[in-house]
Ligand binder design. Structure first.
Ligand SMILES: CC(C)(COP(=O)(O)OP(=O)(O)OC[C@H]1O[C@@H](n2cnc3c(N)ncnc32)[C@H](O)[C@@H]1OP(=O)(O)O)[C@@H](O)C(=O)NCCC(=O)NCCS
Length: 203
């Protein structure tokens, strides 16, 4: 499929798409059997109004969506609710949406740790390429509100039994203070400079 997509931070013009976005998320959750928390259109509209959402359109047709949530008083940021319309899947659109959401998150919350939990191979691949690393749940937010979102998942009994230490999802984290291998390769002199500084300090 060779389609032209417009991927951008959602604006007020996009508010009327909220219901369709919720329906797409709900249908996908039913199909995957993950019991992902249902989103109400008002919630999605709030995210659009706050400039915390990314939308993808093909002409006027809704193609995909994602939004930003903050936890632990802004110390952690998650890019949630990723959805691509079934007819536009497997053409790299989720990759583009996640990249835009990643850049928006970094701009809005430069010091926050970006994280996600997922069972989706597609999301794991995309996150890895953005610099996320797999981590145990101990490295993620302890914000009760975030973990409450898992209550509607059929696997919640596992999360409860392990006292939130592990479950079927993989935790992934991108720490702004940790450079990716690609960044290191781009600026190897920074790395040696840092090493030099550490040595100087520890002398
Ligand atoms: C998951 C989802 C967002 C992927 O959207 P997409 O636009 O098809 O993804 P992309 O085309 O950008 O693919 C990104 C990568 O994932 C791979 N991928 C896509 N769908 C996949 C699948 N079902 N299984 C395994 N890999 C998949 C692609 O091959 C690509 O990898 P590559 O670049 O190494 O070839 C989409 O299938 C969806 O909306 N699913 C329902 C909702 C959902 O699961 N959301 C995630 C909740 S955590």
């Amino acid at each position: 499929m060779n389609k032209e997509f417009n991927v951008q931070v959602a604006e007020l013009d996009h508010l009327p798409y909220a219901e369709e976005i919720c329906a797409l998320i709900e249908d996908a959750a039913k199909q995957r059997g993950t019991g992902i928390a249902k989103r109400e259109p008002e919630y999605i509209q709030g995210k659009i109004k706050d400039g915390k959402a990314v939308i993808a359109l093909c002409g006027n047709d809704l193609a995909g969506f994602c939004y930003i949530e903050t936890w632990s008083h802004g110390k952690y940021v998650a890019n949630s609710g990723l959805i691509v319309s079934p007819k536009y899947r497997k053409s790299g659109l989720a990759r583009r949406i996640k990249k835009e959401a990643f850049e928006l998150s970094r701009k809005k919350y430069p010091d926050a740790k970006l994280f996600g939990i997922t069972t989706s191979l597609a999301v794991m691949k995309i996150n890895s390429d953005l610099g996320y690393k797999p981590v145990t749940f101990s490295e993620l937010t302890t914000d009760e509100e975030f973990w409450k979102g898992c209550q509607s998942c059929p696997n919640y009994d596992i999360l409860s039994r392990t006292k939130r230490k592990m479950c079927l999802c993989t935790g992934m984290l991108a720490d702004p203070n940790e450079k990716t291998a690609a960044q290191e390769a781009e600026n190897p002199q920074d790395a040696s400079l840092e090493e030099h500084n550490v040595r100087s300090i520890s002398k």
